[in-house]
Design a protein around this ligand. Sequence first.
Ligand code: AP5
Length: 215
Amino acid sequence: MRIILLGAPGAGKGTIAKMLVEKYGIVQISTGDILRQAVKEGTETGKKASEYMNAGKLVPDEIIMGIIEERIEKPDCAKGFIFDGFPRTIPQAEALEKLLAAKDMTIDAIVNLEVPEDVVLKRLTSRRTCSNPDCQAIYNIYTMPPEKEGICDKCGSKLVQRDDETEEAIKVRLATYYEKTQPLIDYYKSNKTYFAVSSLIAQETFDEIVKRLGK
Ligand code: AP5
């Protein structure tokens, strides 16, 4: 099973991807998580990406395509994967098509998570993420709080706010989404695997996607 999750920053891509991973036993490929890890490790990619990310801008397409090409080659992708936060521009979508065709791979579903902008803004300022790179569980101080404040229920690590969660960076991320990523909806609309779901209550969103996938 191979899935693309589309949606604005804070639409719930990471949250829903983690639920689908458990259900289908496939892997989540979050370009955001991969980049944040590269920044933390101080790799060449991380050094190039951090300035863009902290400002809320998109990392150049060539860097992203290099990451994707390398990632889908890994053995854990054999059963399938979920792209969370990729593709994010029309050139990335075009490059992905070529890459998949060369590997004889197809996408089973392209899912757009729909959320009103005011909800997204509130979610981004109230999200907390597990600081453990192997866990990265996502919480929300209002809608999905951890049992113990500031501590991850799953692994006991500290919960943190991301570096791009400043009000200024959030504004730029949303503007970048409308300019560069939202046009992907029109790009994919005619694809027979495309569908949109409301992403207001995580369990309902997940149930709807599973129903639509029919598997
Ligand atoms: P990335 O990490 O992909 O960030 P994003 O797209 O801005 O998405 P988020 O992770 O902020 O939100 P999400 O939709 O996953 O929501 P979540 O589930 O956490 O990218 C970061 C940066 O990396 C980019 O700005 C760019 O610089 C770079 N980058 C990454 N990919 C790139 C690419 N392909 N090309 C170029 N650059 C790239 O949920 C948010 C909050 O809401 C949480 O608190 C959660 O608990 C809550 N929540 C979620 N769903 C629900 C629900 N249904 N009900 C109630 N609360 C909910």
